[in-house]
Design a protein around this ligand. Structure first.
Ligand code: FAD
Length: 503
């Protein structure tokens, strides 16, 4: 097998969608109409003290504009509380005064959930100053952290105690654990460890009434009625402010084997994954799909050349990990791939023979969002379908898109071990961008319809925020929507928690 790779580093930030920019919320500013009374603002400032708020325009800018530069909110005040008590006092006052609250973490969300609307009647509550690790119990394999801890710092704290916190995504240097839990973030290790929701044992939440719910339980078994924490996980700040969480930890991986595998066709992908799960003793942590177009983009715009001697159409980045030092994952992966060649679900592979080579393979996957920007405007999707139906989704969506817009280029990649495809349609070369983007709604609707026909989800990772409210109405059943509205009304009767988002 080939193995000729060199070292690299992980890329951070930067998934902009040119198309979605055109959908950006630039509605009329109405700050002067329902603006928050000055005495309420003064009382809010008094709760957090002079170090705990930002009221000047320049200082507020980073909190009012979203990661993709699509949503530009208005708010008279950004609050930066330093304790759960301060959050509770803020929410109590906002509840009495009927002032909207926008909880904010690292503001890396991709659907406009973390910034205010343009009504000017909401305050931003940034959790950034609540960034302490309250406890790490290595024997119980748990850590209790405040919501404002940056994800990379949570990972580091766990590693220093010889434990793994497995949530990992490209925004980990700036996103916060409160934001990760509120969006139920996924990332690159979901296949093995689950989404953010699966990594939580307990929560502390300030409810819309201002009361503090202390659910910071460190129990792996607790069947005492409804699992209330699940209500707040993935709720995008629409039901309460998460102030702290008990996270699950795992043994640190001691052995790791990474490969880029070329497959004969897209149908081979789920079959290869299923086979690897079986023969590797379910040590597979990563299974990331990349289409040929991805390797072409990398070769054209980065230093990451195709590691194979000949081109293939479909690839999977595969990683096995184990906490056993004697797991011998490298030979295990080699044997598994030999079986895959025999079964016809793989045609070639490069296996990293050093940490630097593994990093370089990872860099191929992680550089893609940034590299594909060079192709111009794009219409982008973050969908999921059952893993076994991923090939059908990719084939049907590609056929539709290529027929709909002559010369448009499909760039498909993603966490297909979780059924999650980042399916991107890039403009034809030298096309008129405006007319390409004008087809956005039509293309999006059809691709989402295909997703729905395959029992999939139109938003696998990024949530609803302001961007996908329309789709929620279209694809959720009436009974699900009614249940969601009932929960919202019960937990937030005055609609102060992140108004205008999700529902
Ligand atoms: C380069 C890049 C890569 C990404 N990769 C992935 C990926 O692989 N998988 C994935 O799932 N996402 C990914 N994302 C999206 C984003 O990083 C995640 O959704 C992340 O979890 C958001 O965390 P945050 O702290 O930035 O939250 P924010 O953006 O600040 O907020 C997100 C939502 O959560 C709410 N919220 C934030 N904190 C709290 C709190 N304490 N209490 C209640 N509500 C709160 C906000 O109101 C908002 O609705 C990526 C983003 C970027 C820019």
């Amino acid at each position: 097998m080939q193995a000729r790779l060199s070292s690299g580093h992980r890329s951070l930030r930067g998934l902009a969608s040119t198309w979605t920019r055109t959908l950006g919320y630039h509605g009329p500013a109405t700050m002067n109409d329902p603006a928050i009374p000055t005495d309420t603002l003064d009382r809010l400032k008094a709760i957090v003290g002079p170090r705990g708020y930002i009221a000047d325009e320049a200082g507020k800018a980073a909190y009012l504009n979203d990661e993709r530069d699509m949503f530009h909110g208005l708010s008279p005040l950004v609050l930066r509380p330093a304790s759960t008590g301060e959050v509770a006092a803020i929410v109590t006052l906002c509840s009495e005064a009927r002032v909207g609250i926008v909880p904010q973490g690292g503001n890396t969300g991709l659907v406009g959930g973390s910034v205010p609307t343009r009504s000017g009647s909401e305050v931003v509550v940034s959790l950034a100053r609540m960034n302490k690790v309250r406890e790490l119990d290595a024997i119980n394999y748990t850590m209790t952290v405040e919501a404002g801890c940056v994800l990379a710092e949570v990972q580091t704290a766990a590693r220093e105690a010889s434990r793994l916190f497995p949530l990992s995504l490209a925004a980990e240097g700036s996103c916060q654990i409160g934001g990760n839990l509120s969006t139920n973030a996924g990332g690159t290790a979901v296949l093995r460890y689950g989404n953010a929701k699966d990594l939580v044992l307990g929560l502390e939440v300030v409810l819309a009434s201002g009361e503090i719910w202390n659910g910071l339980r460190r129990l792996r078994k607790d069947n005492t009625g409804y699992d209330l924490k699940q209500l707040f996980l993935g709720a995008e700040g629409s039901l309460g402010v998460v102030t702290a969480a008990v996270l699950k930890l795992f043994p640190l991986p001691a052995d790791c084997a990474t490969a880029l595998v070329a497959m004969p066709d897209v149908h081979a992908a789920p079959r290869l994954l299923a086979m690897l799960r079986e023969v590797s003793g379910d040590t597979i942590t990563t299974f990331e799909y990349m289409h040929r177009a991805c390797l072409d983009v990398l070769a054209a715009y980065t230093d990451l050349a195709d590691p194979f001697d000949e081109p293939y159409q479909h690839y999977a980045l595969v990683e096995l990990t184990s906490s056993r030092r004697d797991a011998d994952l490298h030979p295990l992966l080699e044997r598994a791939l030999e079986s895959a060649f025999e079964d016809g679900v793989a045609v070639n592979a490069v296996i990293a023979s050093s940490g630097a080579q593994a990093k370089r393979l990872w860099r191929m996957r992680e550089s893609l969002p940034e590299a594909q920007k060079n192709l111009g405007a794009g219409i982008k999707f973050d969908v999921s379908v059952p893993v076994s139906r991923v090939p059908e989704f990719i084939l049907r969506a590609t056929k539709f898109c290529e027929e709909a817009i002559e010369g448009a280029r499909v760039v498909a990649f993603g966490h297909i071990g979780d059924g999650n495809v980042h399916f991107n349609l890039m403009q034809p070369e030298a096309a008129d961008v405006a007319s390409f983007l004008a087809r956005g709604t039509e293309i999006t609707t059809r691709v989402y319809d295909i997703t729905a026909e395959l029992d999939g989800s139109f938003s696998a990772e990024h949530g609803i925020g302001m961007l996908k409210k329309h789709e929620l109405e279209r694809y959720k059943s009436p009974i699900e929507l009614q249940l969601m509205r009932t929960l919202k009304q019960t937990l937030d009767p005055h609609n102060i928690m992140n108004p205008g988002k999700v529902l």
